[in-house]
Design a binder for this molecule. Structure first.
Ligand SMILES: Cc1ncc(COP(=O)(O)O)c(C=O)c1O
Length: 477
């Protein structure tokens, strides 16, 4: 019989055979270098079961799953924790659908992941965007200013908008930058407003004191973490943690939503992987992270000494930057650097955007891996000066319009809709047009444009960079 082509298995085998040094998710980086991971790997088929006598049920846990969730909750100091098998995307749907009431108002960071915008767009709510500060060197989102957020909420309340259900923030950002949530949560709890934190990239925070403080311990009502991003877990393993002010009255809705937004056949492999990754962090996390911190300090020092390399947050040694993320900016376009690094140096980064490239580091990496990464980046730049781009210092790279520019451009959803028509326009012909569709470069999965936002010159530049040829716009008739 002719063998089946099996293109997915072929493609994955090819990637394995390239023998790539991975600095990209998932957070095991293709290595099962802990006995706990080996044990899981050896038992993949044995452990892939469905709900049978003695194996409990994720959608109504009473036995082993409940015990596992209790252990996770204890480790994360949460009121209660849940394991999810459909990624932080499903966790954000659950959290927002549970805490945001229909017809209410929410304040959402504009740099939230697309899943936040998607669920908000499907609920009948009024969304007020808060814009993050822009990093002056990397031209990407930096942090949310707590004073600005509090002033914004105060202004809404002063306008008579008293039904603000929740504030939704992403912390840390993709590059590992965090900000103080404590002042925000103190303020919000005094106003009975929930704080929902997308902490997809922060599941490892509680395991080393030099990492930023996690959202729950700063008073968040709920936090959503992807175990597969920063713990040695399989893709889609995720957790929801409830803060200590999470009201009993919302618990039933939360648990109903957990069932609603997930598969009815949750994978025991993913549950076991999530549990194992947390156990590994509890057992070895602190020591390993101490080592990683030292290796990364030395790597950042070396890279920063190169005149062609800027290191993201190299100066933030205080606890507002995750040292397991290495973001660099070089004079070579990020996507080009990514390609050369893969082809010639057998290294795969997590992502590139503009002139920025991001690498993720975790518990299965060694010091030699970090040394090889640094040497490869240095050699690549030395050997490819012809690829240095004049637009290096240009202001390209804003992920979304700057606050001052866009604030007044967002029209009320539905307002004057009868006078609006949707047409496709060539990107080169855009001039102060109103966007009619979501435009989401992935990664990082943050909408560059949302419907009703006005397109400015920076956005046109970014659209061209991302090679959009045309987009849908509203025109008045
Ligand atoms: C900030 C942020 N939130 C949420 C998500 C979605 O996470 P998941 O892939 O676990 O669904 C991502 C994915 O990249 C993300 O970067």
């Amino acid at each position: 019989m002719k063998p089946l082509y099996s293109p997915i298995v072929q493609g994955l085998s090819n990637y394995r055979d390239e023998n790539i040094l991975r600095f990209h998710m998932p957070g095991h980086y293709g290595r099962s270098s802990f006995p706990e991971l080996k044990y899981l790997a050896e038992n993949i088929f044995n452990f892939d079961i469905t709900e049978v006598e003695g194996t409990d049920n994720l959608n109504d846990p009473h036995e082993m799953i409940l015990h596992s969730l209790n252990e996770i909750s204890q480790i994360y100091s949460s009121k209660k924790s849940y394991v999810l098998v459909n990624g932080s995307t499903s966790g954000l749907y659950v959290a927002i659908d549970t805490l945001v009431d229909n017809n209410s108002h929410v304040i959402a960071a504009r740099n939230c992941h697309k899943s936040v915008h998607s669920i908000l767009g499907r609920k009948n709510v009024n969304v007020h965007y808060i814009y993050p500060e822009i990093d002056e060197i990397f031209h990407n989102d930096s942090h949310i200013d707590s004073e600005k957020l509090i002033a914004m909420a105060d202004a809404l309340l002063a306008e008579g908008i008293t039904d603000i259900s929740a504030v939704i923030l992403t912390c840390p950002n993709y590059f590992g930058r965090t900000f103080n949530l404590k002042d925000i949560s103190d303020y919000l709890s005094s106003k009975n407003i929930f704080l929902i934190v997308d902490e997809a990239h922060g599941a490892h925070f509680p395991f080393n004191e030099c990492l930023p403080e996690n959202a729950i311990s700063q008073g968040a009502s709920i936090s959503i973490q992807s175990a597969h991003k920063t713990l040695p877990a399989l893709t889609q393993a995720c957790m929801i943690h409830l803060g200590h002010d999470f009201p009993k009255s919302r618990m039933e809705r939360l648990e109903k939503n957990i069932n609603f937004y997930q598969t009815s056949s949750p994978s025991y492999i993913l549950m076991a992987s999530c549990e194992t990754s947390v156990a590994i962090m509890a057992r070895y996390g602190n020591d390993r992270l101490n080592n990683i911190k030292i290796w990364m300090e030395s790597a950042k020092k070396k890279l920063s000494a190169n005149p062609h390399i800027k290191v993201y947050s190299s100066s933030h040694c205080n606890n507002d930057q995750d040292f397991c993320k290495l973001g660099i900016k070089t004079p070579i376009k990020g996507s080009v650097l990514e390609k050369i690094l893969r082809q010639e140096y057998k290294i795969q980064c997590e992502m590139s955007t503009g002139f920025n490239v991001l690498f993720m580091i975790g518990l299965t990496h060694t010091q030699d891996d970090i040394i090889r990464l640094v040497k490869s980046i240095e050699a690549l730049l030395k050997n490819n000066e012809l690829l240095f781009d004049d637009s290096f210092e240009s202001d390209f790279g804003l992920l979304y319009p700057k606050t001052e520019n866009v604030k007044n451009y967002i029209l009320n959803k539905g307002e004057n809709n009868e006078h609006l028509l949707i047409i496709s326009k060539n990107v080169s012909d855009l001039d102060e047009d109103i966007c009619a569709e979501e435009i989401i470069p992935y990664p990082p999965g943050i909408p560059l444009l949302m419907p009703y936002e006005k397109i400015n010159k920076d956005i046109v530049k970014a659209l061209k960079y991302h090679e959009f040829s045309e987009i849908k716009c509203f025109v008045t008739v």
